[in-house]
Ligand binder design. Structure first.
Ligand SMILES: CC(C)(COP(=O)(O)OP(=O)(O)OC[C@H]1O[C@@H](n2cnc3c(N)ncnc32)[C@H](O)[C@@H]1OP(=O)(O)O)[C@@H](O)C(=O)NCCC(=O)NCCS
Length: 153
């Protein structure tokens, strides 16, 4: 596995990672209506490209194929953190989390935060994050439970 920065032109490959992470892994915690609101198949491609380019994530690849991605913003906020539903529990998330911690160290950040899905909370806890607030945001009009999590560095 190799981890590097996002490259222009791979937004569709990252959409496949995002879509499969949500529809194959998070499906144990959310209804079909919630999954379709979170990751609609007909998501506007331009909007998606702008979103991914804007967060400039790190990408984990195996044999040149993206299998996971995660970002870290300059204030320590992690916006996206997804591992392909075809590669669960193989250490890809751990490698991305280590990469984010290295970047946080490089940026001299004092904390990491993220709004974390029910599915990913045990994973974030494993890396020292704690729940600060339970949330019920509306995503495309559908209520989804998640939690604001924080880790002091
Ligand atoms: C959460 C997620 C990123 C984890 O990625 P992953 O590559 O499967 O995680 P790893 O294999 O690196 O796991 C590392 C450790 O985290 C913990 N962990 C990971 N997933 C877990 C789970 N579902 N339940 C409990 N612990 C978990 C384990 O301790 C694991 O070590 P182990 O496999 O040796 O027991 C991935 O499951 C995912 O994308 N989920 C769906 C999308 C999502 O909700 N994303 C987050 C949005 S905020």
């Amino acid at each position: 596995m190799n981890i590097r920065r996002f490259q222009l032109g791979e937004d569709l490959a990252l959409f496949e990672v995002y879509y499969s992470a949500i529809h194959l892994i998070a499906k144990s915690d959310y209804s079909e209506e919630q999954l379709n609101a979170w990751a609609p198949l007909d998501l506007d491609r331009q909007l998606w490209m702008n979103r991914i380019t804007g967060i400039n994530p790190f990408v984990a690849e195996i044999d040149g194929q993206p299998v996971g991605y995660a970002d870290i913003q300059h204030n320590g906020y992690i916006d996206h953190f997804f591992v392909s539903g075809h590669y669960p529990r193989q250490g890809i998330g751990k490698a991305l989390m280590e990469c984010i911690h290295n970047e946080a160290n490089y940026l001299s950040l004092t904390e990491l935060t993220s709004n974390v899905s029910l599915t990913a909370q045990p994973f974030f806890e494993r890396f020292g994050f704690v729940v600060v607030e339970q949330r019920k945001p509306l995503i495309r009009g559908v209520e989804m439970r998640n939690a604001l999590m924080r880790k002091s560095l």
